[in-house]
Design a protein around this ligand. Structure first.
Ligand code: KDG
Ligand code: MG
Length: 401
């Protein structure tokens, strides 16, 4: 069997998604997510210009060799654009391998280690009352783990906070601006968690995403202040590339730490994992080189008792979610999977067999990944440029968001 063609499909059923579809000489096809939020067309060009021509004629069964060919062979390694493109090819090849074997992909990864994949949903509101309502809605739908984000008095908008459950921050063609104050944030967030714990009791798992906005000592203060509320994790407390900050953080707080949604390779994760500086590694199939490389990162993490906590925001397509679930259900050191349901329009473009029940997601039992793209429907939603927002301090200084 040979690869005879590969199509890069861009569609915008409410938000932009990029999908690679690989077609083989036997007629079997495989799909991979190639979406890089706000930078979609850079990956499209990388795939169309540099990757697809080199795939034609290759044996689709040689997943590892193809990965090495695209990663090492390019000389210019790592980075979000490259690794998203490599991920799309790798994911599509695992899909094809599953179809050839007549098995769901998790069986090729060693089979089930658990009966389902525990997920966390997103609760947010403009203030404590709104947050409590949002947590109640998730708990009533069966969620056992909830990420809690809140608006901050005095700030008109905060990234990650919306009353609409289908939250889409990349909405305008050019970046919108939010205004940020760490002082206001640090003063309010502990009171939000105090209220959530008081209302929902000790067994609901709670998480919080600081979205890279804090300095090391501010993050240490927040970690300490949240210890009383028993978080499952505090995510991205400082900019992810400032890795030595985690040594300082660890000295001051026992709140578990989760990092990795902007990491692209095992090299980004190596120090944090091997020095026991984090508790959960949040790399994803689509941004960390596909199933092959994500598995490598999680195997490294397992040696140091670090568990997975994969990124699963709605800007990762159902193709990525389908692939993530096969990995999650198979690895020994699974922690938690992020889950933001997609819109009905997106679900229709990407028919899939995974399902949510009682706080868990379950991978499809179909051969391969159990997800596809309806190309005719996808063509009805043309690409619309959409940028992520920027964050500025009250005096106008550009800040991390
Ligand atoms: O595209 C960026 C989003 O996926 C990211 O900001 C969402 O932080 C996020 C999360 O944890 O889901
Ligand atoms: Mg995050």
């Amino acid at each position: 069997m040979r690869i005879v063609s590969a199509r890069v499909i861009v569609t915008c059923p409410g938000r932009n998604f990029v999908t690679l579809k690989i077609v083989t000489s036997s007629g079997l096809t495989g799909v991979g997510d190639a979406t890089l939020n706000g930078r979609e067309m850079a990956v499209v060009a990388y795939l169309r210009e540099h990757v697809v021509p080199a795939l034609i004629g290759r044996d689709p069964a040689r997943i590892e060799d193809t990965w090495q060919f695209l990663y090492r062979g390019a000389y210019w390694r790592r980075g979000p654009v490259t690794m998203t493109a490599v991920a799309a090819v790798d994911t599509a090849l695992w899909d094809i391998k599953g179809k050839v074997a007549g098995l769901p992909v998790y069986q090729l990864l060693g089979g089930r280690s658990r009966s389902g994949v525990l997920v966390y949903g997103h609760a947010s509101g403009p203030d404590i009352a709104g947050v409590l309502d949002s947590v109640s809605t998730l708990v009533a739908s069966g969620y056992q783990a909830v990420r809690v984000q809140s608006g901050i008095p005095g700030l008109s908008s905060v990234y990650g906070v919306s009353s609409d459950p289908v939250y889409e921050p990349a909405s305008s063609a050019l970046p919108a601006t939010s205004v940020w104050s760490t002082t206001r944030y640090l003063g309010y967030i502990p009171t939000v968690f105090e209220a959530v714990r008081a209302s929902f009791g000790p067994s609901l798992r709670l998480l919080h995403d600081a979205h890279h906005r804090l300095s090391p000592v501010e993050a240490a203060q927040l970690g300490k202040a949240l210890e009383a509320y028993g978080l499952t994790w505090l995510e991205d407390p400082v900019p992810a590339e400032d890795q030595s900050a985690y040594r300082l953080l660890r000295r001051h707080t026992t709140t578990p730490l989760a990092v990795g949604e902007v990491f692209n390779s095992v090299w980004d994760c190596l120090g944090l994992i091997s020095e026991h500086l984090i508790d959960y590694i949040r790399t994803s199939v689509v941004h960390a080189g596909g199933i092959t490389h994500l598995r490598r990162i999680f195997d490294l993490a397992a040696l140091y008792q670090v568990r997975s906590g994969s990124h699963g925001a709605s800007d990762l397509s159902p193709v990525c979610m389908a692939a993530a679930l096969h990995v999650d259900v198979a690895i020994p050191n699974f922690g938690l999977q992020e889950y933001m349901p997609h819109t009905p329009e997106t679900d229709a473009v990407f028919p899939h067999g995974y399902r949510f029940a009682d706080g868990y997601l379950h991978p499809s039992e179909e051969p391969g990944l159990g997800v596809d793209i309806d190309e005719e429907l996808a063509a009805r939603y043309p690409y619309r440029p959409a940028a992520l927002p920027v964050n500025r301090l009250e005096d106008g200084t550009l800040h991390d968001w």
